[in-house]
Design a protein around this ligand. Structure first.
Ligand SMILES: Nc1ncnc2c1ncn2[C@@H]1O[C@H](COP(=O)(O)OP(=O)(O)OP(=O)(O)O)[C@@H](O)[C@H]1O
Length: 416
């Protein structure tokens, strides 16, 4: 049976779709291990009551003190409230007290993460198409808008819509660890086919999901923090390196670095030693993106990766940019076109069902008509032959009284 695509959050904000409270682990069946992060293994699981495929992240909490554990749960609560089409949905959690493991259940993203996509293009010696990069940037800015201002962005009516400045200070969530490995990709229908081993290089309609929120923050005071930053902090802003507090603008710096890496297939700042890298980031000097891309994209990246916090644009300011508006509008139109195609298919299906029902109706009608004519002829011959006139035969009665069955497919009530 045909099912229509779900309406995205952008048009219909905050619709919880899966369990949002703690779920016992026996309601889930492990399908496979997807990978291992610094906190533990990541499994693909199925939630048996809803048959929904999800991801389970295992976090060992044995070494954490009770304050850190409570902080982790508080963080999970924030995440469970952060619902947006471009943010990995957090469904529920559970503990295994014996193994001292916290299980976090999240939305499964069938196309892996951005680091795998970049690696793939690097192996193929190809550039990521510019349109794909703008689409990904626009989606990430929409996700950051939700985080930084606590609101959903309204869809654009025209590219020149005036955007109302967001209210400041309301439920600000700063990601703090924005990097390609924390940006996940899925298809609109999130299906797995052709995606195994990332052989499918068509990223034109990819849906981007920001993930791995704030876990670093919750685990900051614990030993795990050290392991979180085992990798080189290529995407860390200069103010964070200098131990200044995180601000939403730190996320913009990191996002700029991610977009640079999507264009150049390597991060903007690279060095052999940590100290050298720190020096480069603080100086904030890095090369242009390849000539293959437009000057507009180069300027956009350089405006985001700006050491000066006064001139680095906010999420709201970036969303005002005409190129971002164009990318957003184009995403909206592409989705609209896909929905129209869906409706068209749905109408074709309904038409086929109605045609079949009309044929059945027609057949039944002609059978009844035949019976009626035969009964009338019998009756006439009875009268002509002078037989005693009895009751009207059932078949004549039947013709007038019989109600044909209603079509089984009540499209009028479903599609009103
Ligand atoms: N929601 C998800 N959907 C699909 N794959 C996921 C999801 N979350 C994580 N993964 C995959 O699981 C693997 C491990 O992810 P995880 O985020 O735990 O670690 P990491 O990004 O490799 O390292 P770190 O812990 O430092 O962030 C990665 O290959 C990642 O792509």
């Amino acid at each position: 049976m045909y099912t229509r695509r779900p309406i995205p959050n952008e048009y219909c904000p905050s619709q919880p779709s899966a369990p949002t409270v703690a779920q016992p682990a026996n309601q889930f069946q492990v399908l496979e291990e997807i990978g291992r992060g610094s906190f533990g293994a990541v499994h693909k699981v199925i939630h048996l009551p809803t048959k929904k495929v999800m991801v389970r992240k295992d976090i060992k909490y044995g070494h954490m003190n009770s304050k850190e554990r409570q902080q982790l749960i508080a963080e999970c609560t924030i995440l469970s409230q952060l619902k947006h089409e471009n943010i990995v949905e957090f469904y529920s959690w559970d503990f295994n007290e014996q193994k001292e493991v916290l299980y976090l259940y999240m939305e499964y993203c069938s196309r892996g993460d951005l680091s795998q996509m970049i690696k793939h293009y690097k192996q193929e010696h190809k550039y990521i198409p510019e349109k794909v990069i703008w689409g990904i940037l626009a989606q990430l800015l929409m996700a950051l808008y939700k985080c930084h201002y606590g609101d959903d962005l309204l869809p654009l009516t025209t590219m020149y819509d005036r955007m109302k400045p967001p209210a400041r200070g309301k439920n600000v969530v700063i990601h703090r660890d924005l990097k390609p490995g924390n940006i996940f990709l899925s298809n609109e229908d999130n299906e797995d086919k052709d995606n195994k081993n990332h052989r499918n290089m068509d990223y034109s309609q990819v849906v981007v999901k920001l993930g791995d929120f704030g876990l670093a923050k919750s685990l900051e005071a614990s030993i795990q923090f050290a392991t979180t930053y085992v990798g080189t902090p290529y995407y860390m802003s200069p103010e964070v390196l200098m131990d200044h507090p995180y601000s939403p603008l730190s996320d913009i710096w990191s996002l700029g670095c991610v977009i640079f890496e999507m264009c150049s297939l390597h991060p903007p700042f690279q060095a052999k030693t940590y100290l050298e890298l720190q020096k480069k980031i603080k100086a904030g000097k890095f090369e242009k993106i390849p000539e293959y891309y437009s000057d507009g994209l180069n300027l956009m990246v350089h405006s985001m990766v700006d050491v000066d916090l006064e001139t680095r644009p906010s999420t709201f300011e970036l969303l005002q940019d005409i190129q971002i508006r164009t990318a957003r509008k184009s995403l909206q139109l592409e989705r609209f076109e896909r929905n129209l195609l869906d409706y068209e298919n749905e109408l074709v299906n309904i038409e086929k069902i109605l045609e079949r029902q009309a044929m059945e109706y027609e057949r039944e009608y002609s059978q009844l008509k035949e019976q009626f004519v035969r009964a009338v002829e019998d009756r006439v011959s009875e009268v002509v032959n002078g037989k005693k006139i009895g009751k009207v035969p059932e078949s004549i009665h039947g013709y007038y009284n019989k109600r044909l069955p209603r079509p089984a497919y009540h499209w009028q009530t479903r599609y009103r």
